[in-house]
Design a protein around this ligand. Structure first.
Ligand SMILES: CCC/C=C/C=C/C(=O)SCCNC(=O)CCNC(=O)[C@H](O)C(C)(C)COP(=O)(O)OP(=O)(O)OC[C@H]1O[C@@H](n2cnc3c(N)ncnc32)[C@H](O)[C@@H]1OP(=O)(O)O
Length: 301
C-alpha cells in the first residue's frame, strides 16, 4: 500500500483507505485514517460540512476501522479527532428519525427485537475502541455532543482545547442515552452527582470544568497546540514496549469492571506469560544504562 505526504505534511495511508495486516483494504466515507509518524494512527471524523454528525455508515466503519487497528502490528497508539470547526454534534438527527421510522416487524415483539439490534449495533460502534488493545487518545475541539460523548468516554485519554464543550444531550431529543455515556461517564469522572446533573439537564460543560472533574487530562490553547500535544503524547507511548502498553490498557479496563482481588488474579495470569517477553530484559538493561525506553528497539506486536 502506498504511503504519501498530505498537503499538511502528514504521512497518509492513501487518504481514507486503511490496510489491515493481511493487506485487504477498506474505504471509509466518514473517517479519515492517516499515519502521522511511526507507530501512530490518526483517525479523524470526516464529515466537517455536517459538523461530523454520525450517520449509520459511521457505525460500521468504526467497527471495521478499530478491528483493523487492533490487529495492525504497525499501530501502537491511536489519536482520534474531528475535522472542521468542531469535534462532533453526535448522532445525525435526520438518520435517527428515519432509522426509527423504518424499523421492520409486523408486531411489537418484532419491532422491539429489531430496535434492540439497532441499539446494540450503536453500542458496538464505541465498544470497539475499548476492545482495541492499542491506547486511544481523544482530542476534542469545539462541540462534543451526544454520541460524541459516548465516543470519547470509550477512549483511554482525553485532551481538549480551551474552546471545547461537552453535552450529554440525549434527554433533549427525548431519549435516555443508550450507547455508552451512562455506563462509562460515571467511571470516568467519579462524581455520580455531576454525571446525573449533566445527563438529566443536558447542560453544557466547558473545558475548565471538564479538566477539574477529570473528563479531560489536559487543556490546550487551540487545536494546533492540542494536536501537537497529542502527537507528542502518542510518540511517548509508541516508543515504549507494546507488550507493556497493551497489557496496561487491557488490565486497566479489566480492573475498572471487576473487584480488586479478581483484577489481581487476572493480572497475575496475564503477566505469567507477558513477563517472559524480551522487552523486560531490554528495558531493564536500558534503565541501568540510563537510556530512555524510546532508545530501545521493541518489535511490533
Ligand atoms: C441507538 C442510537 C441512539 C443514539 C442517540 C444519540 C443521541 C445524540 O447524539 S443526541 C445529540 C444530537 N445532536 C444535537 O442535538 C446537535 C444538533 N446540532 C446543533 O445544535 C448545532 O449544529 C450546533 C449548535 C452544535 C452548531 O450550530 P452551527 O450553527 O455552528 O452549525 P449548524 O449550521 O447547525 O451545522 C452545520 C451543518 O451540520 C448539520 N448538522 C449539525 N449537527 C447535526 C446533527 N446532529 N445531525 C444532522 N445534521 C447536523 C447542520 O444541519 C448543518 O448542515 P447544513 O444545513 O446542510 O449546512
Amino acid at each position: 500500500m502506498a504511503a504519501m505526504m498530505t498537503s499538511e505534511g502528514r504521512m497518509s495511508l492513501t487518504g481514507s483507505v486503511m490496510s489491515s495486516a493481511g493487506g485487504s483494504t477498506t474505504r471509509f466515507t466518514t473517517l479519515s485514517v492517516t499515519r502521522p509518524a511511526d507507530g501512530i494512527t490518526h483517525v479523524e471524523l470526516n464529515r466537517p460540512d455536517k459538523s461530523n454528525a454520525m450517520i449509520r455508515a459511521f457505525w460500521s466503519e468504526m467497527v471495521d476501522c478499530f478491528n483493523q487497528i487492533a490487529v495492525d502490528p504497525r499501530c501502537r497508539v491511536v489519536i482520534f479527532s474531528g475535522a472542521g470547526k468542531l469535534f462532533s454534534t453526535g448522532i445525525d438527527l435526520m438518520d435517527l428519525t428515519s432509522d426509527i421510522r423504518q424499523l421492520a416487524g409486523d408486531d411489537v415483539a418484532r419491532v422491539s427485537w429489531n430496535l434492540r439490534r439497532f441499539i446494540t449495533m450503536g453500542q458496538e460502534t464505541f465498544s470497539v475502541i475499548e476492545k482495541c488493545p492499542k491506547p486511544v487518545i481523544a482530542a476534542v475541539h469545539g462541540a462534543c455532543i451526544g454520541e460524541g460523548v459516548d465516543l470519547i468516554t470509550a477512549c483511554d485519554i482525553r485532551l481538549c482545547t480551551q474552546d471545547a464543550w461537552f453535552q450529554v444531550k440525549e434527554v433533549d431529543i427525548g431519549l435516555a442515552a443508550d450507547v455508552g455515556t451512562l455506563q462509562r461517564l460515571p467511571r470516568v469522572i467519579g462524581s455520580r452527582s455531576l454525571v446525573s446533573e449533566l445527563a438529566l439537564t443536558a447542560r453544557k460543560m466547558f473545558s475548565d470544568e471538564a479538566k477539574s472533574c477529570g473528563l479531560v487530562s489536559k487543556v490546550f490553547a487551540d487545536k494546533e497546540a492540542m494536536m501537537a500535544g497529542a502527537l507528542e503524547m502518542a510518540s511517548e507511548i509508541a516508543g515504549r514496549s507494546p507488550v507493556a502498553v497493551q497489557g496496561t490498557k487491557i488490565n486497566l479496563i479489566y480492573s475498572r469492571d471487576h473487584s480488586v482481588p479478581d483484577s489481581l488474579d487476572y493480572m497475575a495470569t496475564w503477566n505469567m506469560s507477558m513477563l517472559q517477553t524480551h522487552d523486560v530484559l531490554k528495558s531493564a538493561q536500558a534503565a541501568m544504562e540510563k537510556k530512555s525506553p524510546a532508545d530501545v528497539p521493541f518489535s511490533n506486536m
